[in-house]
Design a protein around this ligand. Structure first.
Ligand code: C2E
Ligand code: CA
Ligand code: CA
Length: 554
């Protein structure tokens, strides 16, 4: 029969201390019997007396053997116990730490935070939880490989540790997400601010590795278990601290990364609203609540309608008409932008097929969409399926697309152009495109951002930037479109600059497909209809200004 395994080997080893008991008993016996037997044995050995009783001698020898056995077993066992203890401690450590950086891991950080909070509370101190996220770590990994990425993380942790107070605990929560928790005197949030600022300074120093030098930026969210004035806050568990720091981190990233924020209650409602929007977008997409609106584009000289820019709208039954400034960034973040954009495109191709052949359709493409290497193929396939001529399509990309994978963007732009699709550079002047990029990427048109165009309304009706962009366009032989033509003043100022396309509220607010149909029908520009009216009567617009839920743009 097989011995059943003890459930805890350490316990069973400790039970084996009985071996030590045997040795002790043997010693006692030796003292008891040995006292009378040993002198007799010695006497008989030197020939001074009769030989002792054989039985007693045997008992004595057995006694000594037992003692030796017991002692050796005891030594073995203590060694074994020490070894097992070390192994257990190591296993516990491994389960609690991140093997690369030797920081705590997500699981153990929770406990460490509770622990530190309890100790700090006894001394009347506050605890701050700091959530850190590296902004550009993915690029470092992608560009230089994982071994370099790993080395950077290790170096980064060393720099952070060097700044943290002794009691602070540092953890790696995930790939490039770290957190630390530290005690500080309640009411002195500025101590934490100081440390965080020093942290930013330290991590802004380049990381020099044998193969490359890399630079990091990071975003930070902070939360404390005391209020800024030093009173104990209502929330006092580690879980809430962590989620508050997380919300502050999210806020820091939204504000443009490479910065830090303390948690504020408004962030919680912001987050709730965002989650609602996210759910709303998912649901709205399934229910077909996203629709294309169209903004007229006009030849400035002749006043002729030449095409439309498609602008996405969300007709939310709960929130009303929502601007893309609100839902496009969220759709990008939750990975729905491709699906959303493709649905809108399909609809727009169907709408625009009914328009006069001379009218173009412009579509905005976000940088996230251009990361997909199959974007151009899928777009061309959609054009074929819809029977929409590529020559009538214009896609608008912004300068920020050019900072991503320029090689990929270039090859996609080329394959679209080969099929006759035109490419415009949108919001020109607001980003950082270089002349080099303008020369290398085969754009067909530049769109002057409306923030510059609106300068034309100011006294003197001049904008040096608009003038510079116009002469740049001339020099590069690139046609131009001016956005944001809101009134006659701007219109006249632009007219003086030569041949341009223009769009803006002066010609009308963006309107839905039905309104465009009516407009074009009246102008005889719907396939199979005769002109009955002036096509360029300003539209009252179906997304009528105040009804559209939008974010103010600078
Ligand atoms: P954008 O491409 O610069 O589009 C022009 C924006 O300016 C539109 O805002 C339009 O309604 C507004 N606008 C037009 N004329 C005037 C004017 O005279 N004055 C003023 N103040 N504003 C004018 P909208 O529709 O809210 O779109 C905002 C941005 O959202 C667009 O900027 C575009 O970058 C993006 N977007 C729109 N539709 C889509 C889409 O289907 N996909 C993607 N990825 N982005 C889109
Ligand atoms: Ca645009
Ligand atoms: Ca624009």
């Amino acid at each position: 029969m097989k011995d059943h395994e003890p459930d805890n080997p350490l316990q069973s080893a400790e039970r084996d201390i009985i071996a030590l008991g045997i040795a002790v008993a043997a010693i006692i016996m030796l003292v008891g019997t040995g006292g009378s037997v040993l002198p007799k044995v010695m006497d008989s050995l030197v020939g001074n007396g009769a030989s002792p009783d054989v039985l007693l001698v045997n008992a004595l020898l057995l006694n000594i053997a037992l003692m030796i056995f017991g002692w050796r077993r005891y030594r073995e066992l203590t060694r074994e116990i020490a070894e097992r203890r070390r192994a257990e401690a190591r296993a516990r450590l491994l389960a609690a730490t991140d093997p690369l950086t030797e920081c705590l891991n997500r699981r153990s950080m929770h406990e460490a935070t509770e622990d530190l909070r309890a100790r700090a509370a006894m001394r009347g101190e506050a605890v701050a939880y700091c959530m850190m996220d590296l902004d550009n770590f993915k690029q470092i990994n992608d560009m230089h490989g994982h071994p370099v990425g790993d080395a950077v993380l290790v170096m980064m942790c060393e720099r952070v540790r060097a700044l943290l107070p002794r009691e602070a605990r540092l953890a790696r929560l995930g790939g490039d997400e770290f957190a630390f928790v530290m005690p500080y005197p309640a009411g002195h949030d500025d101590r934490v601010d100081d440390l965080v600022i020093r942290l930013f300074e330290s991590l802004a120093q380049p990381f020099r590795l044998p193969e490359v030098t890399v630079e990091l930026t990071l975003s930070i969210g902070l939360a404390a278990d005391h209020d800024a004035d030093g009173t104990i806050g209502l929330v006092v568990d580690a879980g809430t601290l962590m989620s508050r720091a997380d919300m502050a981190l999210y806020h820091a990233k939204k504000q443009g990364r490479n910065r830090y924020f303390w948690f504020e209650p408004s962030m919680e409602s912001e987050m709730r609203f965002r989650n609602q929007l996210e759910t709303g977008i998912r649901r709205g997409l399934a229910r077909g609540e996203f629709v294309p609106f169209y903004e007229q584009q006009v030849d400035l000289d002749t006043g002729a309608l030449v095409g439309f820019e498609m602008l996405a709208r969300w007709r939310s039954p709960k929130l009303g008409l929502i601007s893309p400034d609100i839902f496009v960034p969220i759709a990008e973040e939750i990975g729905l932008i491709n699906e959303l954009s493709e649905r809108l495109m399909e609809q727009a191709f169907r709408d625009a097929r009914e328009w006069d052949d001379s009218l173009t359709l412009s579509i905005n493409i976000s940088p996230v969409q251009l990361r997909d290497p199959w974007f151009a193929q899928r777009l061309l396939k959609k054009l074929v399926a819809a029977g929409f001529p590529p020559q009538r399509l214009e896609i608008e990309i912004t300068e920020s697309c050019l900072h991503e994978n320029i090689g990929l963007v270039r090859s996609m732009v080329m394959s679209l152009r080969n099929q006759g699709v035109q490419i415009s550079l949108d919001d020109f002047g607001t980003g950082y495109s270089s002349f080099e990029q303008l020369r290398n990427l085969p754009f067909d048109r530049i769109k002057i951002d409306r923030s510059f165009v609106s300068e034309l309304r100011e006294p003197g009706n001049r904008s040096r930037i608009v003038e510079a962009i116009v002469s740049l366009g001339r020099g590069l032989d690139l046609p131009l479109t001016a956005e944001g033509v809101e009134d006659e003043e701007i219109l006249n100022a632009l007219k003086a600059m030569g041949r341009l396309k223009a769009q803006g509220y002066f010609y009308g607010q963006p309107e839905d497909a039905e309104a465009v149909r009516t407009r074009l029908k009246a102008a005889g520009m719907l396939t199979g209809t005769q002109r009955t009216d002036n096509p360029l009567q300003p539209s009252t617009g179906t997304d009528g200004g105040p009804n559209l839920y939008r974010i103010a743009r600078p």
